[in-house]
Design a protein around this ligand. Sequence first.
Ligand SMILES: O=C(O)CCC(=O)C(=O)O
Ligand SMILES: [Fe+2]
Length: 378
Amino acid sequence: MDALAAKPAQKSSISQTSPPLPPPSHSPQQPGPTTAADSPVPIVDFGGFCRENDEQARRKVAREIDAALRTVGFVYLRNHGVPGETVDEAFEWSKKFFALPLATKNLAPHPPGGTHHRGYSSPGLEKVSQHTYAASTIADLRAAAPDVKESFECGNETDGAQPNIWPPDAALPGFRTAMMAFFDQCSTLVHAVLRALALALSLDDESALSAAHAASAFQLRLLHYPPVAARALRQQAAARIGAHSDFGSLTLLFQDAVGGLEVESPPGRYRPAPPVDGAVLVNVGDLLERWSNGRWRSTVHRVGLPAHLREAREREGEGEGEGEDDMVAPRYSLPFFSAPDPDTVIEALPGCWDEANPKKYPPVTAAEYVNVRMNAIY
Ligand SMILES: O=C(O)CCC(=O)C(=O)O
Ligand SMILES: [Fe+2]
């Protein structure tokens, strides 16, 4: 199947007869319990959504996720259904992959350009940015503050538009099978969260959003941020991942214990989104923000100095202090990006617009939008 081949764009037939669910009883400005003292990201127990016969519990979860995505654009889900051992194993495989010699990793090279996003990218190949720049500008940005990371991308084995690029099986036997098993678990979770979002909007068909992702042409990314001098991150001579928003609909993020992820919420202020034991972080991408007519926020985020190191520094004052030359521990994370099927026309969903709140964005197909963004980062 050629998922990105130009099929005629199909009009969305997603419909809704009742208004979206009302927000939860706590104010949307304070959408529920959060984790670190200064983290704005709420924690929701997703287990209730999986209780098929408990409509009240399912609606409560849908309302809580809706409230979090409307305010912060990020939410932690507990009891998300991806077994803890599976997540741990995925991290182990990622560590084994990145521990291979560079020459072996380069046997699965990421192709040049941004349209075939698979395989291994060595440190410095990708510079994530929020905007579409000319190639020379991207080169300048990279030289000024390189993203100190390496990555491996893989997708659905059925995605003919972007075939996977694996290292030879003998280099890491079992890697491919394990990655695809993890991929399937993550896909299942994305489809479940999409059902919760459809319920939040009171769409007639709870599977309408999930159905618009029927091809599951998603992307699993293994990320390794090697140790880096705290000073370089502080002085912005290097970045782990620069400030950006994601392109697609929903991103799942599993992170190790190191920390350093920050979300820009409220606008103009970065606050931590630290690892939460047993929870997955879920965030909205640009296409879902457009599709929801801005109801759900695609929030800018970045990875830099872990909060405890920044706090220590603040306590020491701004001068050259102890720990200035410290190395920040290596960090591993596993983002999983979903996007609607390429020919899906992204325009305001029912329940997300009316006369008082008209459609904000012109329609665009998922493929058109993602291609513009992808070409800006390689
Ligand atoms: O490594 C992380 O925690 C974040 C990664 C991320 O934001 C991305 O790959 O888009
Ligand atoms: Fe991201």
